[in-house]
Design a protein around this ligand. Structure first.
Ligand code: ATP
Ligand code: MG
Length: 572
């Protein structure tokens, strides 16, 4: 048989390349084809409310809700709230806000594992009645000491052969609060010699006299994660329970518990968690940074949290696109943070209006421009989208340009301002540097004197005259002073988790991750509102921070225009 290659269809500009199906979609399609679960697709996102969500969670949210959307199924938001000690309402609220902000909707399917505590208790009773669970009186350290190692089998607990009646009696009394924390646990009775450590009679209930953020003091025994998670999936009719790779070794237990209790069996599928370089992603470590004041809070714009990224100026679309591009892997890998930065640049390039702002000013005086004259220059708001029209930018005799855009004695390929050579001021005139004034003590340049060519502004005969460099500028008299926070990576090494001996991840914090400067911005910025994003020409993308007041704007740099980290160790 001759196979005829299909003609490649022409790519429509701006169209996203069709992504091939990932292995989870293959599984789901196969299940649908086989009529499993009547073709139903039902996923869930199950955060533990013990911290704010980070970009790794965003990946999981996009995956779970994305599959729900793609296969016309449903996705639940379920709080895995089985640990009353570390969980707080603040986290629950922030998680809901983040999922919504990313653009996903759980509709009426907001659940809490704690809603199932009574049901889970009954499941435990079923296991006891079947002789598949027992109350063990060994303290925690003895339980772990008798678990063995991966190469050495564990030892049976002396309480393993308690009668069903005794187990039931003790479990009821555990619930009623008769015993102190840690006095007894309920363990599944599986196999102390199993090569899988998770199958060696795992603890499924513990005593904890602690108030729960939802159930208050109703309970003093709490199910362990492994006992709550799969059973909650089952209660909700989840068809595909998608989790990260570290749970692969828990899967036999997941399946065992469901089988022994005798309830509906969801299918657990594991994928590789998202790791990003130059950051840490564990909630515990992020909490440490917050508690020790290494950052200003969970939403510090340097944090990899969703709230931090939002405040930094990331858009939901850029994060969803990032999740799409990285895809779903079966093996652990590390994604370069510059890919995330690429995604936000690409998005803001279309979205953000251009303005001019000078962050490290030096004064320019146009000697042949009349002192009291102000001309309005017409500037494009967004060259990517001419429909966004133009704005007026005032031009006067005294301007600011960036100090680094001038060199008295430049190397060969320097095409910015230098004595005797012409440059274009963006949307305005061609000017030529004639002389400079310097501070006699420091030698620092204080004023650059230029002349302008009146024939070179838009509408004049020489408006199209080409010169090599184009600089941004702002009229000194009209400039709006604002606070500009230049953010950089929070860590100065790619893998802060991998600290050398005697150090911790915190020893690798980047001392230059925040640099606050004064910006001089064109007056059109005056009306900007918190959350608005702009491209400061040649300087990067910026967002108006919530700390702004109408008379004192604060900007955060989202990202520089180019990624120069690899070469210079910082953003340009
Ligand atoms: P952390 O390790 O940051 O403390 P966690 O796994 O304990 O996170 P959970 O609240 O249990 O946090 O996570 C909720 C869901 O998000 C889980 O299904 C988990 O597998 C998924 N998830 C967590 N971190 C990542 C990640 N880096 N990449 C992809 N998915 C993740
Ligand atoms: Mg977890």
């Amino acid at each position: 048989m001759i196979s005829i290659p299909m003609k490649e269809s022409k790519k429509i500009p701006g169209e996203k390349p069709a992504r091939s199906m990932n292995f989870i979609e293959e599984i789901i399609k196969e299940d649908i084809r086989n009529g499993k679960n009547d073709g139903r697709v039902h996923t869930r996102f199950p955060p533990e409310p013990n911290g704010y969500l980070h970009i790794g969670h965003a990946k999981s949210i996009c995956l779970n809700f994305g599959l729900g959307e793609k296969y016309r199924g449903k996705t639940n938001l379920r709080f895995d709230d089985t640990n009353p000690i570390k969980e707080e309402v603040e986290y629950v609220d922030s998680i809901m806000e983040d999922v919504k902000w990313l653009g996903f909707d759980w509709e009426d399917r907001l659940f809490y594992a704690s809603d199932y505590f009574e049901q889970l208790y009954e499941y435990a009773v079923i296991l006891i009645q079947k002789g598949k669970a027992y109350v063990c009186d060994m303290p925690a350290d003895e339980i772990s000491a008798t678990r063995g190692t991966p190469n050495r089998p564990g030892k049976d607990s002396p309480y393993r052969d308690r009668s069903v009646e005794e187990n039931l009696d003790l479990f009821i009394r555990m619930r009623s609060g008769e015993f102190p924390d840690g006095a007894r646990v309920l363990r599944a009775k599986i196999d102390m010699t199993s090569p899988n450590m998770h199958m060696r009679d795992p603890v499924i209930y513990r005593i904890l006299h602690a108030s729960h953020h939802r159930t208050g003091d109703t309970w003093c025994i709490y199910p362990m994660y492994d006992f709550a998670h799969g059973q909650s999936d089952s209660i909700e009719g989840i068809t595909h329970s998608i989790c990260t790779l570290e749970f692969e070794v828990h899967r036999p237990l997941y399946d065992w518990l469901i089988r022994e209790i005798g309830i509906y069996a969801p299918r657990q599928i594991e994928f590789a968690r998202l790791n990003l370089n130059y950051t840490v992603m564990s909630k515990r470590k992020l909490l440490e940074l917050v508690q020790e004041g290494k950052v200003t809070g969970w939403d510090d714009p340097r944090m990899p949290t969703i709230s931090g990224l939002r405040r930094r100026g990331y858009t939901p679309e850029s994060i969803r696109n990032f999740a799409e591009i990285i895809g779903v892997a079966k093996r652990d890998n590390v994604i370069d943070v510059s890919l995330l930065e690429f995604c936000i640049r690409e998005d803001l390039n279309k979205r953000a209006d251009r303005v001019m702002g000078v962050l490290n000013p030096v004064k320019v005086v146009i000697d042949n421009f009349p002192e009291d004259r102000v001309e309005e220059m017409e500037a494009m708001n967004n060259p990517e989208d001419p429909a966004r029209s133009t704005r007026k930018v005032p031009f006067s005799r005294e301007l600011y340009i960036e100090r680094e855009d001038f060199m008295e004695d430049p190397p060969r390929k320097f095409f910015r301002m230098t004595p005797g050579r012409e440059v274009r001021l963006r949307s305005a005139y061609i000017v030529k540097c004639e002389s400079v004034e310097k501070d006699p003590k420091s030698g620092q340049i204080t004023v650059i004197h230029c002349t302008y060519d009146p024939m070179t502004r838009s509408g004049m005969p020489d408006s199209n005259r080409k010169v090599k460099g184009t600089l941004h500028w702002v009229s000194a008299r009209h400039a709006i002073e604002s606070k500009v926070r230049l953010y950089d990576r929070l860590f100065s090494v790619p893998d802060p988790d991998n600290a050398e001996e005697g150090k911790t991840f915190k020893d690798y914090l980047n001392p230059d991750s925040l640099n606050v400067v004064k910006g001089y911005l064109e007056p059109s910025i005056r009306e900007a509102q918190a959350g608005d994003t702009f491209q400061f020409e040649r300087k990067g993308y910026f967002i108006v921070d919530k700390d702004s007041r109408s008379d004192a704007l604060v900007f955060n740099r989202v990202v520089a225009l180019r990624d120069s980290w690899a070469k210079t160790g910082h953003q340009k």
